[in-house]
Ligand binder design. Structure first.
Ligand SMILES: [Zn+2]
Length: 544
């Protein structure tokens, strides 16, 4: 009766990603007579090639000055803007769910290997776990992000009305496809600067599978990928150019408790039965009695996943699936341990036995203030894209059509600040307890258009997205160059990390025999892939 002995095959902690959510800025509007619809219909061809042609013209003056190493990286991003868009757009049309990112990782492997990167695909027991790096030794700086899509997210780009590309199919209604282009282009730009200026060290990219189901990072950490990494930067799309610091979200533990009893006729010989669903109910009641004695920061929620068959059959199996959360992992683990004792008690009271399966876990994602301050300087230097009047008009039309506040696109980066700790969770939290972590959001979506719904799949291949990706790649590359070239910055981030984690050393929630749920979403992708394949873009993007 280990605490969390097995990994449940398909059960995981499905979560909205709080890092993705911005707030709506007032007054960020432009004007223009252009009807943005056609402009935004930017599949391959006119759309991205046209919009990219102007990106190079729109670099704010501020980033023309300063560090020439960064300048070289900015030029590499501008020169490869079409390649970056081609990568992100191809991944959009792959629309692959977590653990099934086969086409996306294949394309990225080809692109990054052609650019001289060493690619490790399939590590940590996950066929779509992707790690790429260039260079050698320290400092080693990694970009941490993800490229999975969401179920039911298929939507035709540029269309305000619901119009799936393939009905029922998954799709990028959070824009994780953009992470592919930004991360690889930024890493390439850093490589160019490292080569030209003989900057020692390593630049790496980690595309972790199945972020949307919190399914991979504890395994990637356990496999040791971050052991020799000096710092990471989380990368995520948003409607703004921003960083932040502090704890971003909650710790979470997800486990499934199954009780085993003895069946009997409910009327004829119920005294021979041992009711497993009684145990489920008693576990629920037992936890309700505990709630009064828990700290106010806790969260716990459950669903009964097996509640018997019919009333006259004493059920020999009952099952209940729990999420336990708190502001820190030790606090969540403390509550979780009590939950396990309650399961023991419920089994004792009913004469049943039980087992408990680990489903998922996540440490709260914490972000370094030191690294955030460095990133903010680059944000302020690069600035937000210069949106055209047509793009602003498109954004306002879209917001109006989606019944959101009509505010257009943001015309300034966010100021640096500590973010409020969200009570939801994100599996890349584990990484931030083994290595100092920064955070970068780039402005590739429309304010007020929330993720995890089909509206958010309208713009990920638009010129708005492409221009947001370009500034994101520049800020990311510049920030990695800072981390590679400033031992003081890295030492300060390390000292801060040690100080903050002294009282909360990382421990893995994974049972030793746990294996990643690699079958996750396989049936769904097998069902939809043949139709989706017809919309794949036949591209082989190459950096130059
Ligand atoms: Zn996300």
């Amino acid at each position: 009766m280990a605490r969390i002995p097995h990994l449940a095959g398909s059960a995981a902690l499905v979560e909205i990603d709080p890092a993705a959510y911005g707030f709506v800025e007032e007054g960020a509007v432009g004007t223009g007579p252009f009807s943005g619809r056609m402009f935004m219909r930017s599949r391959i061809g006119m759309g991205w090639s046209w919009s990219l042609a102007i990106i190079g013209l729109l670099v704010p003056l501020a980033c023309q000055a300063g560090d020439e190493r960064k300048q070289l990286a900015y030029e590499a991003v501008d020169r490869n803007a079409a390649t970056m868009a081609a990568i992100s757009d191809a991944v959009f049309y792959f629309g692959e769910l977590g653990m099934q990112e086969f086409e996306s990782t294949k394309l990225l492997k080809g692109t990054l290997e052609a650019a001289g990167f060493k690619v490790d695909l399939g590590g940590a027991g996950m066929p779509t776990n992707f790690w790429a790096e260039w260079g050698s030794g320290h400092p080693k700086i990694a970009i941490v992000t993800e490229i999975d899509a969401l179920p039911g997210g298929s939507q035709t780009p540029g269309e305000f009305a619901r119009k799936p590309i393939v009905p029922g199919a998954p799709g990028h209604m959070e824009g994780h496809n953009t992470h592919a282009g930004v991360a690889s282009t930024a890493a390439f730009a850093v490589k160019q600067a490292m080569q030209r200026y003989n900057i020692p060290g390593t630049v790496a990219i980690s595309f972790g599978p199945a972020e949307e189901q919190l399914a991979s990072r504890p395994f990637i950490v356990r496999a040791g990928y971050f052991k020799d990494v000096d710092a990471i930067i989380y990368l995520h799309i948003r409607d703004s150019l921003a960083t932040g610091y502090g704890l971003q979200n909650y710790a979470a533990i997800s486990s499934i408790f199954t009780f085993h009893g003895k069946t009997a006729h409910g009327a004829v010989n119920p005294w021979d039965g041992k009711d497993a669903v009684d145990a489920v109910e008693l576990m629920d009641i037992g936890f309700d009695k505990l709630r009064e004695h828990l700290r106010p920061s806790y969260r716990a929620h459950r669903t009964i996943t097996n509640g018997g068959i019919q009333p006259n059959i004493i059920p020999d199996t009952g099952q209940i699936w729990w999420f336990v959360r708190d502001a820190s992992m030790p606090a969540a683990k403390g509550t979780y341990d009590k939950l396990v004792k309650i399961a023991e008690g419920a089994a004792l009271m009913t004469g049943t036995t039980y087992d408990v399966k680990y489903a998922a876990s996540a440490w709260p994602q914490r972000v370094s203030r030191t690294i955030a301050e460095a990133i903010q300087k680059n944000i302020d230097a690069v600035g937000v894209p210069h949106w055209t009047a047509e793009e602003q008009q498109f954004a306002r039309d879209f917001q109006k059509s989606a019944e959101r506040p009509v505010v257009g696109l943001r015309t300034a980066p966010e100021a640096l600040g500590e973010r409020r700790q969200a009570t939801s969770s994100n599996d890349n939290g584990d990484v931030s307890w083994v290595v100092p972590a920064g955070l970068l959001n780039f402005p590739s979506s429309v304010p007020g258009i929330e993720y995890h719904e089909w509206h958010a799949a309208v713009t990920p291949v638009s010129s708005i997205s492409h221009k947001g990706q370009a500034v994101g790649a520049k800020v990311l590359a510049a920030s990695i160059i800072d981390l590679l070239t400033s031992p003081e910055l890295l030492a300060k981030a390390r000292e801060e990390f040690e100080r903050e984690s002294k009282n909360t050393p990382y421990f893995s929630l994974l049972p030793s025999e746990a294996q990643p749920p690699t079958d996750l979403n396989r049936a769904d992708m097998d069902k939809f892939r043949p139709e989706m394949r017809k919309h794949y873009q036949d591209v082989a993007p190459r950096f130059n």
